[in-house]
Design a protein around this ligand. Structure first.
Ligand code: GDP
Ligand code: IMO
Ligand code: MG
Length: 423
């Protein structure tokens, strides 16, 4: 396949990195196309565990090129920390990392604004990862951002930069009651980044489309998930980018003609971190059981994830928006201990049945459940469909039927080998 997209179908943390790692062995280039260090992408290889924030999850394969796409917001401090951690573990990412010159630089003041905005929002807070994501994307949209490529224009430092910092300082001091930032310090920091990033910077649309034209294959790595999409998620409790298919194209610059397959990653149940509506959330002991069995704690912030049953309407929404070709169903093993398993198969809104995910007033939906029999035995050893208990196979078939999307892989554990190909 020329270009394959991996996208989260729920609220993030679906196990996208595990699936990317599983597929990246045969991939020439992996591209992250949106988001920033709000992502926490876990890859488990043998006894080693890696959590990627900015670097694409394909970096563990020594021949794979990894691109940070133009739709990303890159915190250079976080990037250099991540490069340093990998180097300390014997992996040298430098020669294989490329950075789009139209990606935006996330500055320390973006983090400060994110934190202060959350702290002053009371019950309206979003529950962000506090990594400055919304503040950096706001600057991008407001045309006050700093692109990676701008660092290589000598006039930038004494013309545009002072003006941007002056505006930022007005915002910091007058709105957020924060101390101002120092122009000279910011300038030094940016000059340092300029020198360290120099060898990695590319024109991503040119590079990627050329490589695709010459027969290379590309994996597009989504961060977050469809329900956190700025336009299609549970606004305003979303992230500030588009993790969905449209965002993969605008965030990479790859022509839509190369995109042949869109793989949706869905957990066999569901989770959400942060605030916002969540129709199938279990706030009782079922939620606790799921959290414990699934080890559902944020990989970036360590926050306990909210847990609940699989929601068909959510995944159908993701299938519709992303044009999913197939699903990878992850963390099936987390359901091993349940005698019965509930699946949300529909919604009622204002007393009427609806068969779409509403754009607004999500907290008003009444969820309709079906209860399926559990299997009550371990599944993590399974490497083929026939190794799975009959009721686990029935559960997979039911999800496939309800969602109307074929399930191509089932994941029954965090490691590469805990993956079952169904098709
Ligand atoms: P991502 O952000 O979508 O890449 O997902 P995260 O890495 O934030 O969260 C997924 C978590 O589940 C990680 O700790 C993975 O190691 C783990 N994981 C992935 N697939 C499976 C699975 O099939 N079973 C279990 N038990 N854990 C899994
Ligand atoms: P991965 O890529 C789960 C959530 C935050 C918050 C909202 C906005 O690992 O799946 P932000 O910091 O982006 O402004 O926060 O989005 N969020 C995630 N939840 N997985 C993620 O990434 C997330 N990235 C952001 O918890 O609710
Ligand atoms: Mg994650």
């Amino acid at each position: 396949m020329p270009a394959t997209l991996i996208v989260g179908t729920q609220w993030g943390d679906e196990g996208k990195a595990k699936i990317i790692d599983y597929l990246a062995g045969k991939t020439d280039i992996v591209v992250r196309y949106q988001g920033g260090a709000n992502a926490g992408h876990t890859v488990k290889v043998g006894n080693d565990k890696y959590i990627f924030r900015l670097i694409p999850s394909g970096i563990l394969y020594p021949r794979t090129i990894c691109v940070l796409g133009g739709g990303m917001v890159i915190d250079p401090d976080a990037l250099f920390a991540e490069i340093g951690e990998l180097e300390a573990r014997g992996i040298n990412p430098k020669g294989r990392l490329r950075i789009a010159d139209n990606a935006h630089i996330l500055m320390p003041y973006h983090r400060e604004i994110d934190i202060r905005s959350e702290e002053s929002s009371g019950s309206f807070k979003i529950g962000t990862t506090r990594r400055g994501i919304g503040a950096c994307y706001s600057d991008k949209v407001n045309r006050q951002g700093i692109r990676v490529g701008m660092l290589y224009n000598e006039t930038f430092y004494d013309t545009l930069l002072p003006r941007l910092i002056e505006q930022k300082n007005r915002l910091l001091t007058r709105v957020y009651d924060a101390p101002p930032v120092d122009l000279a310090e910011i300038k030094d920091k940016l000059l340092f980044f300029r020198d360290r990033l120099r060898d990695m910077v590319i024109n991503a649309p040119y590079y990627l489309n050329m490589e695709l034209a010459s027969g290379k294959n590309v994996l597009l790595e989504g961060a977050q998930g469809t329900m956190l999409d700025l336009d299609f998620g549970t606004y305003p409790f979303v992230t500030s980018s588009n993790p969905t298919t449209g965002g993969a194209l605008s965030g990479s610059g790859i022509s839509f003609r190369y995109l042949k397959e869109v793989i949706g990653v869905a957990k066999a149940y569901s989770t959400r971190v942060g605030e916002g509506p969540y129709p199938t959330e279990c706030t009782d002991e079922t939620g606790e059981l799921l959290r414990k069995a699934g080890n559902e704690y944020g990989s970036v912030t360590g926050r306990p994830r909210r847990c609940g049953w699989f929601d068909v309407e959510v995944v159908r929404h993701a299938a519709r928006i992303n044009g999913l070709s197939c699903l990878a169903l992850t963390k099936l093993d987390v359901l091993d201990q349940f005698k019965t398993i509930k699946v949300a198969t529909g919604y009622e809104l204002d007393g009427k049945r609806i068969d779409y995910f509403p754009s607004c007033n999500v907290s008003k939906v009444k969820v309709i459940y079906e209860e399926l029999p559990g299997w009550n035995e371990p599944t993590s050893h399974a490497t083929k469909p026939k190794h799975l208990p009959k009721n686990a196979r029935r559960y997979i078939e039911a999800i496939e039927r309800f969602c109307g999307v074929p399930i191509a892989w089932v994941s029954v554990g965090p490691a590469r080998e805990n993956t079952i190909a169904l098709k």
